[in-house]
Design a protein around this ligand. Structure first.
Ligand SMILES: *Cc1c(COP(=O)(O)O)cnc(C)c1O
Length: 335
């Protein structure tokens, strides 16, 4: 795979660590050996997976002469926080459209990413009702800005288009370099599957490298069939963009929807338990919406003996810990 064909800002400063989680593995009965890829430690304000995608999306914006970014997300969106953070570094205006997916859940004074939006200072932010056509609202914002003589560039939710997914195809290459250097045979990769750029990028990258390590996505909102179709479509576009020769196999895309609970961003007991287990055994902070639910899936799959005994499992930690501070109340009674 040749990433030098694409405009790219260099935000990463090297590889993120791959670490063993021996204490957590032991607590779970030593059935498998757990490892973690620390994308929560990526640069950008408070870390997380969107930085890899934004390297390519913001580079594309700059190449096209943009002076303003427009993006969207949920009211505690990590993607909006990171887009806003990198916009500061690049000295671009950043406009946020925030979706209140659960009626009545928006609190102007909420902590977590909501607080960080204000601290970082968006050029504008607008909260819209759940179910709003976000692409249409972003387009009308762009129209608005163009009429003021600005040059806006729209980054889709989660930066999950084929440009953003390049970041996770590149991450697949990074992981293979690391595990080859460490001589660490990974048997399975587990990651959260949301707007799908992370999952699709990883599958595309592994396909391009001719590596067949199974990848399991843990859904955070959609049912299995819908999510697998979404990931597959984006992976097809990404593979095409990268001119990857090995065949993208539809059955390489595997999603689990058992850990979503009542819906996107609504806490589950499994998420709370997972956040506590990672904190108390490995001193690693997960988040309530993505990595915590993905980890609850990982833990359940380990406990159900889904993985071969003794195998090495790599969990991709996509970040998100600032959102924890907006969810304190869900943890208090458990402590
Ligand atoms: C956005 C996000 C995800 C999901 O990644 P997608 O590429 O949208 O599927 C996972 N974890 C965190 C912390 C995120 O912010």
């Amino acid at each position: 795979m040749n990433f030098t064909r694409f405009p790219r800002r260099m935000y990463l400063q090297g590889e993120t660590p791959i670490q063993a989680m021996p204490r957590l593995s032991k607590v779970l009965g030593n059935e498998v050996n757990l490892f973690i890829k620390r994308d929560d430690l990526l640069p950008g304000c408070a870390g997380g997976n969107k930085t890899r995608k934004l390297e390519f999306c913001i580079a594309d914006a700059l190449e096209k002469g943009a002076d303003s970014l427009i993006t969207c997300g949920a009211i505690q969106s990590n993607h909006c926080r990171l887009t806003l953070a990198w916009s500061k570094i690049e000295q671009l205006d950043c406009h946020l459209i925030l979706e209140e997916r659960i009626e009545g859940s928006y609190d102007e004074d909420a902590s977590g990413n909501n607080f960080l939006f204000k601290l970082l200072g968006a050029a504008s932010s607008q909260v819209v009702k759940g179910g709003t056509d976000m692409a249409a609202v972003m387009e009308s914002k762009a129209e608005d800005l163009r009429s003021q003589g600005k040059k806006p560039y729209i980054i889709p939710g989660g930066a999950s288009n084929a440009i953003g997914a390049l970041g996770y195809a590149a991450c697949a290459a990074e992981i293979m370099n690391q595990i080859n250097t460490m001589q660490l045979p990974i048997d399975h990769i587990v990651l959260p599957s949301g707007s799908a750029g992370t999952h699709a990028g990883m599958v595309s990258g592994m396909t391009g490298l001719n590596v067949d390590i199974p990848i399991s996505g843990i859904n955070v909102s959609r049912d299995r069939e819908t999510q697998e179709a979404l990931v597959y479509k984006l992976a097809q576009e990404t593979v095409k963009k990268l001119n990857i020769k090995p065949e993208l196999k539809q059955k390489a895309i595997l999603c689990f929807d058992e850990y979503v609970g009542a819906g996107y961003s609504i806490p589950t007991n499994g998420m709370i338990e997972a956040v506590q287990l990672f904190a108390r055994n490995e001193a690693i902070l997960l988040d309530p919406v993505y990595s915590g639910k993905a980890a609850s899936g990982l833990i359940d799959l380990v406990q159900k003996n889904y993985f071969t005994k003794g195998s090495n499992i790599l969990f991709l930690h996509t970040g998100g810990s600032p959102a924890l501070y907006a969810y304190q109340d869900f943890f208090r009674e458990e402590m």
